[in-house]
Design a binder for this molecule. Structure first.
Ligand code: NI
Length: 165
């Protein structure tokens, strides 16, 4: 497996709208393994989207199982994900591997209904809430060329420099 280079803001490639995946082959699954390894190499990384490594295809990985005591589905490979229902709204803090120096407050739906394919092309449906729903909405935004910076409640009051270790 290979660690992929994560593009960071303001790389223009992060603004590109990604294309649907149509071929569910070994090349796709090898890419997904590399993408997952890249996500797991980042401390606290709970999600990654293919365009963050310069691949403009609709591929997302989310795994919030490191957070204890929240409702979640474990490791999720989401290909061509479509959020079909939104419910409720909540403000919460987000970070992103492509915006390493900041976190920010963003309003997201509290509950979503999601349809997505897996790495073999099979369709699945998910009902999600809370932190997992937030992570999926954040990653799906990447597929449409959006960063959490584009959704800050207020650029002045809701953008926070990360403390340097
Ligand atoms: Ni992100």
């Amino acid at each position: 497996m290979t660690l992929l280079t994560v593009l960071t803001y303001p790389d223009p490639q992060l603004k590109i709208e990604s294309e649907p995946v149509s071929k569910f082959d070994d090349a796709l699954r090898i890419f997904i393994a590399d993408l997952e390894q890249t996500m797991r190499a980042s401390p606290g990384g709970v999600g990654i989207a293919a365009p963050q490594v310069g691949c403009t295809q609709r591929i997302v990985i989310v795994d919030v199982s490191s957070k204890p005591k929240i409702q979640q589905h474990g490791r999720l490979i989401l290909i061509n994900p479509e959020i079909e229902q939104w419910e409720g709204m909540a403000k919460g803090r987000e970070g992103c591997m492509s915006v390493p120096d900041f976190t920010g407050n963003v309003i997201r739906a509290e509950r979503i209904h999601l349809k997505a394919q897996d790495e073999f092309g099979e369709f699945h449906q998910y009902d999600m809430q809370g932190y997992e729903a937030r992570a999926v909405q954040h990653e799906c935004d990447h597929l449409d060329g959006l960063l959490f910076l584009d959704r800050l409640v207020s650029r002045r009051h809701d953008l926070f420099p990360r403390k340097k270790v």
